[in-house]
Ligand binder design. Structure first.
Ligand code: BYC
Ligand code: FE
Ligand code: FE
Length: 472
């Protein structure tokens, strides 16, 4: 079962050749996926190049990453589902301690389909958002990391399409097609969640995206890894192993920008670092403000009957529900949620189940802050005064409780005019993007780095930082 047959048309460990219907459905979808990858995947000559990539070859803890040169279209996308744990029970909600489901219970069919489609939609969306970045990477090391993230997001789409096609019949097959038809940022057929329709066309934004938006992925996948629908739980658990690298790319990418800017600031104190072609601290903070707030939106409303239903029915648990909590019903408990009532910020006691999105967001905020602390430690070591901060979680929200009001970075309620007046200080403006575009010239000489970013401390898979990560 856990043995992966890599040499089948669709590498898999789910005995695909014994399920002719599913195999036919996936083989029908495969060329459509490949054509989507050609149209919407990495732009430029990169599809023909040898890239030093890791490929999942097994679902075992030790043997899943195989590093070698691969041309992206030959990447072994496929289906990897860790084996079921016999006797596994649901860990929470009204169905706690009941056996997990191997099939989709009829009464949860629509909700499960919607969650899987929403998850699946983000994966190709992010590839679309990042498709131009290969033309401006600061080094071969970064270029390779970009493509690693891209091919793995492609595989995550496969993971969700497998669930749709094997458990949701005709509707599932239709949804699988539509996942290849929506387009990030296209007003006529946008991607489902807001963050995945925002442009991400410079490397500062890419690092902020992988730091903050991929990190939402970590928390959503972890809460779905608790699901009573066992195939979904197992699939998400495996996806999480790959997600760690995506967040690593983000947290270290911004750290290296800050480090480089700090060095330049010391070499030429008082001078605008843009004169040296570097990225000033304020510009980094603006990218943080934008991607952090859009990523907070991805957790859904602070007060959500959907979230309560997902929890009570055993579909979506809390972060590490089984390890972290001793009480799994979440009844007769309340969470205080700040809300705006009659034009003032006050708070409301919300039944815990209805605040589950906020409970998960709490975990996420703590995790983001750890990354920011790491950046600030680097700044401190470099001896500069600037510190990166996370804005309030009420700031610049487009979903949920705070989306109808305006808040400053500290989270105070302000009027719209005051918000608009500060936007240019809070978010990247067209002149910032022009500046970023002007310095983001590709740097593809082996071992060289663009001037605006420090070299990584280590290479990938114990290779040197100046390894030939992409064969030009
Ligand atoms: N944008 O009760 P509410 C990743 C909608 S990232 C647009 O607040 P709920 C990745 C919502 O659908 C992880 N619409 O929300 C990262 C609902 O619509 P309806 C992705 C939004 O249902 C980087 C309405 O607002 N995975 O993997 O509790 C690269 C009010 O609903 C948004 C998942 O999201 C938004 N941001 O929770 C690659 C997991 N937020 O019903 C990949 C699956 C809410 O009124 N998704 N709405 O039409 C879910 O679990 C839930 O759908 C959400 C929303 C957590 C997103
Ligand atoms: Fe993903
Ligand atoms: Fe990711």
């Amino acid at each position: 079962m856990s043995e992966v047959n890599r040499y089948e048309k669709i590498p898999n460990n789910v005995n695909l050749s014994h399920d002719r219907r599913l195999q036919r459905a996936l083989e029908h979808w495969l060329p459509k996926y490949q054509s989507w990858w050609q149209d919407m995947g990495p732009c430029g000559d990169w599809q023909d190049k040898d890239i030093y990539l890791r490929t999942a070859v097994s679902v075992d803890a030790d043997g899943w990453a195989d590093f070698r040169y691969v041309k992206m279209p030959d990447y072994r996308w496929g289906i990897f589902v860790p084996p079921a744990t016999p006797g596994r029970t649901i860990g929470f909600g009204d169905v706690a301690d009941q056996p997990v489901w191997d099939k989709v219970p009829g009464e949860h069919r629509n909700i499960l389909r919607r969650i899987i489609v929403t998850q699946g939609d983000t994966e190709p969306a992010s590839v679309e958002q990042q498709r131009m970045l290969g033309n401006t990477a600061p080094s071969l090391y970064d270029l390779r990391n970009l493509f690693q993230v891209n091919v793995e997001e492609g595989r995550h789409l496969w993971a969700m399409v497998y669930l749709l096609q094997s458990y949701f019949g005709k509707d599932g097959r239709e949804e699988a097609e539509e996942l290849l038809q929506r387009r990030s940022g296209n007003p006529d057929k946008p991607r489902i969640l807001d963050a995945f329709n925002q442009p991400c066309s410079d490397w500062l934004s890419f690092f902020a995206f992988t730091m903050f938006t991929d990190r939402d992925g970590k928390y959503q996948l972890a809460s779905l890894a608790e699901s009573g629908f066992d195939p979904l739980a197992r699939t998400c658990k495996f996806m999480l192993t790959e997600e760690a690298h995506h967040m690593f790319v983000g947290v270290t990418g911004i750290e290296r920008i800050l480090q480089r800017t700090a060095q330049i600031t010391k070499e030429d104190p008082g001078e605008d670092v843009r004169k040296h072609g570097c990225i000033d601290f304020e510009t980094v903070q603006k990218a943080v403000n934008f991607w952090y707030s859009y990523s907070l939106d991805l957790f859904g409303g602070e007060i959500s009957s959907n979230a309560a239903q997902y929890f009570s029915t055993g579909i979506k648990g809390r972060y590490r529900e089984k390890d972290q909590y001793t009480e799994h019903a979440a009844l007769d408990q309340f969470k205080s949620v700040p809300v705006v009532e009659n034009g003032i910020l006050t708070s409301r006691e919300v039944a815990l189940r209805n605040a589950m999105n906020e409970v998960l967001r709490d975990e996420y905020v703590v995790d983001c802050q750890k990354g920011v602390d790491r950046w600030n430690k680097t700044l401190e070591k470099e001896g500069v005064d600037f510190r990166v901060t996370l804005p309030s979680r009420r700031f610049h929200r487009h979903q949920g409780e705070y989306s109808n009001n305006f808040f400053n970075r500290e989270g105070d309620l302000i009027d719209e005019a005051s918000f608009r007046a500060k936007e240019k200080d809070w978010f990247l403006q067209s002149e910032d993007f022009s500046y970023l575009d002007s310095i983001m010239q590709p740097c593809y000489e082996r071992g060289k780095m663009a001037n605006w970013i420090a070299a990584p401390r280590k290479g990938i898979n114990r290779q040197e930082p100046d390894f030939e990560y992409v064969k030009l």
